[in-house]
Design a protein around this ligand. Structure first.
Ligand SMILES: O=c1nc[nH]c2c1ncn2[C@H]1C[C@H](O)[C@@H](COP(=O)(O)OP(=O)(O)OP(=O)(O)O)O1
Ligand SMILES: [Mg+2]
Length: 201
């Protein structure tokens, strides 16, 4: 089976990538499989910049093609926050629970119809000697008034999908893979790879 390396330390993302890439016949490795490699600093101000930083760094170190994912939650009533700082929203300790509680408390007085939000995912595919490919994907929803569901990770328990009457954390891995920002970004990436020739992985 062919392997795709994802430059991430986030186990939730790894699970998402597994359910997205296993059906295409790929297995996933992540930074969890390379404990000797230190965490890559996200100094960019956009999702794309950070995805490129992470992918190009690891592709250079490993001398092999690498995908990186930089993603986050954009809340309209918070002028786009937590945005590119989603992982560190409640502090550098990067707690999913603290981050989502901070969003819930900041939206305490905001009416349901004004709680529009989207998940954004930038993917960068870097390979030695090749031009890095960058794509993105989104999914639209609302921030719920309280947590619901235990699947997924990050802000999934407060990201409500009205057409399903469920939060992202109430979806199975396969259901999330059918509609997520990450799934949409991967579709774009596959389209670009197909256009530019298939010898990327
Ligand atoms: O599908 C998702 N469902 C829920 N929450 C999500 C999702 N996708 C991203 N998120 C949140 C988690 C984290 O707060 C931030 C990503 O931050 P981001 O820097 O890209 O990832 P990270 O630091 O956790 O791992 P890494 O940089 O090693 O890939 O957005
Ligand atoms: Mg990160």
């Amino acid at each position: 089976m062919e392997t795709i390396i994802i430059a991430t330390n986030n186990k939730g993302k790894v699970k998402d990538f597994e359910s997205l890439f296993h059906p295409m016949g790929f297995q996933i490795k992540s930074l969890q499989d390379f404990p000797e490699i230190e965490e890559i600093e996200e100094t960019g101000t956009t999702f794309e910049e950070n995805a490129i930083l992470k992918a190009e760094y690891l592709a250079k170190v490993l001398q092999t093609p690498v995908i990186a994912d930089d993603s986050g939650l954009i809340v309209d009533a918070l002028e786009g926050r937590p945005g590119v700082y989603s992982a560190r929203y409640a502090g550098l300790h990067k707690s999913d629970e603290d981050n989502l509680q901070k969003v819930l408390s900041e939206l305490h007085d905001v009416f349901p119809g004004k709680r529009t939000a989207r998940f954004y995912c930038a993917l960068a595919l870097a390979a030695p000697g090749k031009k890095t490919i960058t794509v993105n994907g989104t999914v639209e929803g609302y921030i719920s008034s309280e947590k619901r569901g235990t699947n997924g990770f990050g802000y999934d328990p407060i990201f409500f999908l009205p057409e399903l009457d469920k939060t992202m954390a109430e979806l199975t891995a396969d259901e999330k893979s059918g509609l997520s920002h990450r799934a949409n970004a991967i579709k774009s990436l596959m389209n670009v790879i197909e256009k530019e020739g298939k010898e990327f992985f």
